[in-house]
Ligand binder design. Structure first.
Ligand SMILES: NC(=O)c1ccc[n+]([C@@H]2O[C@H](COP(=O)([O-])OP(=O)(O)OC[C@H]3O[C@@H](n4cnc5c(N)ncnc54)[C@H](OP(=O)(O)O)[C@@H]3O)[C@@H](O)[C@H]2O)c1
Length: 256
């Protein structure tokens, strides 16, 4: 049995549950975190029934600095050589009509917590001389997206940070990969407050294959990956339009 651990944030639903399953199947011990402890207990029980690995639960609210610090502190005694920075959510609606509290929490989880964890565990992995970090971005990272203005901006930050760190940490044996999913069947829309659009109904992917694509890309040390043909095409074709047209298209497919 391996002695090192993978830390997976946002492991109480959606992609996080699948990341946990995929890594446990590979024989990795896992530390899972989120706010909903009953969901984490269910994930732990399910994994321990299937695979001979250890599962540690550390509940944390990543919208607070104290929550992130406490997670970092509580993992000090474990050798963490995989970090899956997955926790995140979107706020749907026009920026000035959204509540500042919601937007601020989103920025704290999607940017601040992700950056802080990547900093802390990047340093620990650098000392170890090995490690893998996966950042969950989005296809929204590739263009400005009216109705998801701040969320898309958060994900652009994640993509840019991850690509730069892929370069910076490579020499230390540490890999950083950004997974950029398109719309996927998780609790994302329920949390963001968006009704499923026609475009989303047609192109909705399932969570497990998207998570698997991310893990494979991470172990192949790719800087970023876009799962699914339709998402790949959208991102590729976007390069040929002016940015204003790209964001108008994004608005058209996202508006309720
Ligand atoms: N599904 C999509 O269409 C899609 C597309 C592109 C990118 N993404 C990204 O994929 C990632 C995972 O989302 P998902 O689609 O799997 O949605 P999800 O099912 O809603 O899962 C989100 C996870 O983040 C955790 N989380 C949210 N706020 C948190 C907080 N304050 N503190 C700690 N954990 C928190 C949630 O746990 P608790 O609520 O238990 O705390 C949950 O485990 C996110 O970064 C999202 O932006 C999703």
């Amino acid at each position: 049995m391996q002695t090192s651990y993978a830390l997976i944030t946002g492991a109480s639903s959606g992609f996080g549950v699948d990341f946990a399953d995929i890594l446990a199947k590979k024989g990795k011990n896992i530390i899972i975190t989120a706010r909903r402890v009953e969901n984490l207990e269910r994930v732990k029980k399910n994994i321990e029934n299937k695979y001979p690995v250890k599962v540690i639960i550390i509940p944390a609210d990543l919208s607070t600095l104290s929550g992130v610090k406490s997670l970092i502190d509580q993992t000090q005694s474990y050798e963490v050589d995989v970090l899956i920075n997955n926790a995140g959510f979107g706020v749907y609606g026009f920026y000035h009509e959204s509540s500042w509290e919601d937007l601020n929490k989103m920025i704290q989880v999607d940017i601040t917590a992700l950056s802080y964890l990547t900093h802390a565990f990047g340093q620990r992995m650098k000392k170890l001389g090995r490690g893998n970090i996966l950042l969950v971005g989005s296809v929204a990272a590739f263009q400005a997206t009216p109705t998801y203005a701040a969320y898309a901006a958060c994900k652009s930050y994640v993509l840019s940070l991850g690509e730069a760190l892929n370069h910076e940490l490579k020499v230390h044996g540490v890999n950083v990969t950004v997974l950029n999913p398109g719309i996927t069947a998780t609790e994302f829309l329920q949390v963001s407050g968006q009704k499923t659009t026609f475009y989303q109904k047609v192109f909705m992917m399932q969570s497990y294959p998207v998570a698997l694509t991310g893990i494979k890309a991470m172990f192949k040390k790719k800087a970023f990956i876009v799962p699914g043909l339709a998402n790949k095409l959208t991102v590729f074709l976007g390069r040929f339009y002016p940015r204003k047209i790209q964001s108008y298209f994004a608005y058209l497919v996202m508006k309720n």
